[in-house]
Design a protein around this ligand. Structure first.
Ligand SMILES: *[C@@H]1O[C@H](CO)[C@@H](O)[C@H](O)[C@H]1NC(C)=O
Ligand SMILES: *[C@@H]1O[C@H](CO)[C@@H](O)[C@H](O)[C@H]1NC(C)=O
Length: 162
C-alpha cells in the first residue's frame, strides 16, 4: 500500500515537473536609456527579471505604450529607485493583455525608456521579442491531462518498487 505521504510527495514533484513558469531577463539601460528587449512575450506565472545595467532608474507601469504617466491600476508594476547592479523581479499575474511600463527617473521616459510585456495564454515558456506564443485557452486542458497522466504513471511505478 502506498502511504498518503508518498502520494503527497509525488503530487508535489509531479506538479513541479509540469510547471512551465519561466524567468525572462530584461536589461535596463544596457546601451542607451532603453530596455533590452523592449517588448517581451510572457505567460501568467512567468517572472520578468529587470537587471539594472547602468545609472539610476525607477520602473512604473503605464496604461498605454510609450506613455510617461503612471497607470491607474492598483496592482501595477513598480520597482522603486534602482541602481546599477540591482535587480527587480515582477511576476506576471494576468492571463492576457499587455503590461506597459516606463522609467520614472529624470527625463528618461521622454528619451524613449519605455517597454512592454505582452501577455499570452497557453503553455510553454515566454521569450524575447519576436517570438510567438500558443494563443489558445484550450492548451490548458492537455496540460491538466498531462499532469494527471504523469502522476498516475509515477504512482504505479513507485508502487511496483515497494
Ligand atoms: C509587442 O510585440 C507583440 C508581438 O510581436 C505585438 O503584437 C505588440 O504590438 C508589440 N507591442 C508594442 C507596444 O510594440
Ligand atoms: C508614479 O509612481 C511612482 C512609483 O510608485 C511614484 O514614485 C511617483 O510619485 C508617481 N508619480 C505620480 C505623478 O503619481
Amino acid at each position: 500500500m502506498v502511504r498518503t505521504l508518498d502520494i503527497l510527495v509525488l503530487l508535489i514533484l509531479t506538479f513541479l515537473a509540469c510547471s512551465n513558469a519561466e524567468t525572462i531577463t530584461v536589461k535596463v539601460a544596457d546601451n542607451a536609456l532603453d530596455f533590452n528587449p523592449k517588448n517581451v512575450t510572457a505567460r501568467k506565472g512567468d517572472v520578468i527579471s529587470f537587471v539594472f545595467v547602468s545609472g539610476k532608474h525607477s520602473l512604473v507601469q503605464s496604461d498605454s505604450p510609450g506613455v510617461c504617466t503612471n497607470s491607474t491600476s492598483l496592482t501595477s508594476l513598480s520597482s522603486g529607485e534602482k541602481s546599477q547592479g540591482e535587480t527587480y523581479t515582477y511576476t506576471v499575474n494576468q492571463n492576457d493583455g499587455a503590461i506597459y511600463y516606463f522609467c520614472n527617473y529624470g527625463q528618461h521616459c521622454l528619451g524613449g525608456e519605455s517597454g512592454v510585456i505582452n501577455v499570452v495564454t497557453g503553455n510553454g515558456g515566454g521569450s524575447g521579442s519576436g517570438s510567438n506564443g500558443k494563443s489558445s485557452a484550450s492548451v490548458n486542458v492537455p496540460n491538466s491531462f498531462n499532469f494527471f497522466l504523469l502522476f498516475t504513471i509515477t504512482l504505479f511505478f513507485f508502487k511496483s518498487m515497494l
